[in-house]
Design a protein around this ligand. Structure first.
Ligand SMILES: *[C@@H]1O[C@H](CO)[C@@H](O)[C@H](O)[C@H]1NC(C)=O
Ligand SMILES: CC(=O)N[C@H]1CO[C@H](CO)[C@@H](O)[C@@H]1O
Length: 162
Protein backbone atom coordinates (compact mmCIF):
# COMPACT_ATOMS: atom_id res chain seq x y z
CA UNK A 1 0.00 0.00 0.00
CA UNK A 2 1.15 3.50 -0.79
CA UNK A 3 2.59 5.61 1.98
CA UNK A 4 0.34 8.40 3.28
CA UNK A 5 1.86 11.75 2.42
CA UNK A 6 1.05 15.31 1.50
CA UNK A 7 1.41 16.61 -2.06
CA UNK A 8 1.67 20.20 -3.15
CA UNK A 9 0.19 21.86 -6.23
CA UNK A 10 1.06 25.40 -7.10
CA UNK A 11 0.53 27.63 -10.07
CA UNK A 12 2.47 30.45 -8.56
CA UNK A 13 -0.56 32.27 -7.22
CA UNK A 14 -2.52 29.71 -5.29
CA UNK A 15 -1.07 26.76 -3.47
CA UNK A 16 -2.86 23.54 -2.56
CA UNK A 17 -1.76 20.79 -0.22
CA UNK A 18 -3.61 17.52 -0.50
CA UNK A 19 -2.99 14.05 0.87
CA UNK A 20 -3.45 10.62 -0.63
CA UNK A 21 -4.83 9.75 2.82
CA UNK A 22 -8.57 10.41 2.43
CA UNK A 23 -7.92 12.70 -0.58
CA UNK A 24 -7.82 15.39 2.12
CA UNK A 25 -7.17 19.04 1.37
CA UNK A 26 -4.89 20.08 4.22
CA UNK A 27 -4.13 23.63 3.10
CA UNK A 28 -5.21 26.11 0.43
CA UNK A 29 -3.29 29.36 0.17
CA UNK A 30 -4.96 32.12 -1.81
CA UNK A 31 -4.10 35.81 -2.13
CA UNK A 32 -6.24 38.59 -0.74
CA UNK A 33 -6.80 41.94 -2.52
CA UNK A 34 -3.28 43.05 -1.55
CA UNK A 35 -1.69 39.79 -2.66
CA UNK A 36 -1.07 38.48 0.85
CA UNK A 37 -1.47 34.72 0.98
CA UNK A 38 -3.73 33.16 3.60
CA UNK A 39 -4.77 29.61 4.30
CA UNK A 40 -8.53 29.46 3.80
CA UNK A 41 -9.17 25.88 4.90
CA UNK A 42 -8.97 24.22 8.30
CA UNK A 43 -6.33 21.55 8.36
CA UNK A 44 -3.32 20.00 10.05
CA UNK A 45 0.32 20.27 8.97
CA UNK A 46 1.09 16.60 9.24
CA UNK A 47 -0.67 13.62 7.73
CA UNK A 48 -0.14 11.80 11.06
CA UNK A 49 -2.76 14.05 12.63
CA UNK A 50 -5.33 12.64 10.24
CA UNK A 51 -4.16 9.04 10.62
CA UNK A 52 -3.85 9.02 14.41
CA UNK A 53 -6.08 11.78 15.59
CA UNK A 54 -9.75 12.13 16.05
CA UNK A 55 -9.75 14.82 13.38
CA UNK A 56 -13.15 16.02 12.29
CA UNK A 57 -14.00 15.48 8.63
CA UNK A 58 -11.73 18.36 7.60
CA UNK A 59 -11.22 18.69 3.83
CA UNK A 60 -11.76 15.04 3.02
CA UNK A 61 -13.86 13.01 0.63
CA UNK A 62 -16.37 11.11 2.70
CA UNK A 63 -17.87 8.12 1.06
CA UNK A 64 -19.50 6.12 -0.22
CA UNK A 65 -22.25 8.36 1.14
CA UNK A 66 -22.26 11.86 2.59
CA UNK A 67 -24.49 12.54 5.62
CA UNK A 68 -26.49 10.16 7.78
CA UNK A 69 -28.43 7.05 6.90
CA UNK A 70 -31.14 6.48 9.50
CA UNK A 71 -30.46 3.42 11.65
CA UNK A 72 -27.79 2.45 9.09
CA UNK A 73 -30.36 0.60 7.00
CA UNK A 74 -31.35 0.83 3.37
CA UNK A 75 -32.95 -1.35 0.72
CA UNK A 76 -31.62 -1.63 -2.83
CA UNK A 77 -33.26 -3.80 -5.49
CA UNK A 78 -35.21 -5.60 -2.75
CA UNK A 79 -32.12 -6.43 -0.67
CA UNK A 80 -31.78 -5.04 2.87
CA UNK A 81 -28.40 -3.69 3.87
CA UNK A 82 -27.09 -2.88 7.35
CA UNK A 83 -24.26 -0.41 7.74
CA UNK A 84 -21.93 0.16 10.69
CA UNK A 85 -23.51 2.52 13.24
CA UNK A 86 -21.13 5.36 14.08
CA UNK A 87 -23.32 8.38 14.90
CA UNK A 88 -25.97 7.86 17.55
CA UNK A 89 -28.30 5.24 16.06
CA UNK A 90 -27.27 6.16 12.50
CA UNK A 91 -24.53 5.58 9.97
CA UNK A 92 -22.59 8.73 9.13
CA UNK A 93 -20.61 9.32 5.92
CA UNK A 94 -18.61 6.29 4.77
CA UNK A 95 -18.94 4.44 8.07
CA UNK A 96 -16.16 3.47 10.46
CA UNK A 97 -13.44 3.46 7.80
CA UNK A 98 -14.81 5.55 4.96
CA UNK A 99 -13.00 6.99 1.94
CA UNK A 100 -11.63 9.68 4.28
CA UNK A 101 -9.63 7.08 6.26
CA UNK A 102 -8.04 5.05 3.48
CA UNK A 103 -4.92 5.58 1.40
CA UNK A 104 -5.74 6.36 -2.22
CA UNK A 105 -3.46 5.48 -5.13
CA UNK A 106 -1.82 8.44 -6.84
CA UNK A 107 -2.87 7.70 -10.41
CA UNK A 108 -1.39 10.86 -11.92
CA UNK A 109 0.53 13.88 -10.66
CA UNK A 110 1.34 16.81 -12.96
CA UNK A 111 3.47 19.60 -11.62
CA UNK A 112 3.87 21.76 -14.72
CA UNK A 113 1.51 23.98 -16.75
CA UNK A 114 -1.87 23.24 -15.19
CA UNK A 115 -0.90 21.29 -12.09
CA UNK A 116 -3.14 18.41 -11.05
CA UNK A 117 -3.25 15.26 -8.99
CA UNK A 118 -5.56 12.28 -9.46
CA UNK A 119 -6.32 9.93 -6.61
CA UNK A 120 -7.93 6.56 -7.19
CA UNK A 121 -9.54 4.16 -4.75
CA UNK A 122 -11.02 0.73 -5.37
CA UNK A 123 -13.78 0.07 -2.87
CA UNK A 124 -14.60 -3.60 -2.50
CA UNK A 125 -18.00 -5.25 -2.49
CA UNK A 126 -19.24 -5.28 1.10
CA UNK A 127 -16.81 -2.61 2.32
CA UNK A 128 -18.44 -0.74 5.21
CA UNK A 129 -21.64 -2.60 4.41
CA UNK A 130 -22.12 -1.27 0.88
CA UNK A 131 -22.72 -3.59 -2.09
CA UNK A 132 -20.66 -3.83 -5.28
CA UNK A 133 -17.08 -3.02 -6.27
CA UNK A 134 -16.66 0.68 -7.04
CA UNK A 135 -13.71 2.55 -8.53
CA UNK A 136 -13.53 6.14 -7.34
CA UNK A 137 -11.31 8.88 -8.73
CA UNK A 138 -10.83 12.43 -7.52
CA UNK A 139 -8.78 14.94 -9.50
CA UNK A 140 -7.69 18.21 -7.94
CA UNK A 141 -6.34 20.76 -10.40
CA UNK A 142 -5.38 24.41 -10.62
CA UNK A 143 -6.67 25.26 -14.11
CA UNK A 144 -6.05 28.98 -13.74
CA UNK A 145 -4.18 31.32 -11.45
CA UNK A 146 -7.23 31.78 -9.22
CA UNK A 147 -9.19 28.56 -9.31
CA UNK A 148 -9.22 25.13 -7.77
CA UNK A 149 -11.17 22.40 -9.50
CA UNK A 150 -12.26 19.02 -8.15
CA UNK A 151 -13.59 16.35 -10.47
CA UNK A 152 -15.00 13.17 -8.94
CA UNK A 153 -16.11 9.98 -10.55
CA UNK A 154 -17.44 6.73 -9.10
CA UNK A 155 -17.87 3.77 -11.38
CA UNK A 156 -19.46 0.46 -10.38
CA UNK A 157 -17.28 -2.53 -11.31
CA UNK A 158 -19.69 -5.27 -10.40
CA UNK A 159 -23.41 -5.38 -9.93
CA UNK A 160 -24.55 -5.84 -6.36
CA UNK A 161 -25.34 -9.49 -5.63
CA UNK A 162 -29.04 -10.36 -5.77
C1 LIG B 1 -36.31 -5.73 4.60
O1 LIG B 1 -36.63 -4.93 5.71
C2 LIG B 1 -38.02 -4.62 5.80
C3 LIG B 1 -38.19 -3.63 6.94
O2 LIG B 1 -37.58 -4.07 8.10
C4 LIG B 1 -38.80 -5.90 6.00
O3 LIG B 1 -40.17 -5.63 6.07
C5 LIG B 1 -38.52 -6.85 4.84
O4 LIG B 1 -39.15 -8.10 5.08
C6 LIG B 1 -37.03 -7.07 4.66
N1 LIG B 1 -36.80 -7.79 3.43
C7 LIG B 1 -35.99 -8.84 3.34
C8 LIG B 1 -35.83 -9.45 2.00
O5 LIG B 1 -35.39 -9.30 4.32
C1 LIG C 1 3.01 27.07 -12.82
C2 LIG C 1 1.70 27.11 -13.53
O1 LIG C 1 1.17 26.09 -13.86
N1 LIG C 1 1.15 28.30 -13.74
C3 LIG C 1 -0.13 28.47 -14.41
C4 LIG C 1 -1.10 29.25 -13.55
O2 LIG C 1 -2.29 29.55 -14.27
C5 LIG C 1 -2.09 30.24 -15.48
C6 LIG C 1 -3.44 30.50 -16.11
O3 LIG C 1 -4.13 31.48 -15.39
C7 LIG C 1 -1.22 29.44 -16.42
O4 LIG C 1 -0.99 30.20 -17.62
C8 LIG C 1 0.09 29.13 -15.75
O5 LIG C 1 0.83 28.27 -16.60
Amino acid sequence: MAKPEIFELSNGTINLKVSNFGAIITSLLVPDAKGNLADVVLGFDSVDAYINGNTPYFGCIVGRVANRIKDGKFTLDGVNYSLPINNGPNSLHGGIKGFDKVVWEVAEHKTTQNPSITFKYQSKDGEEGYPGDVTVTATYSLPSSNSLKLEMEAEPRTRPPR
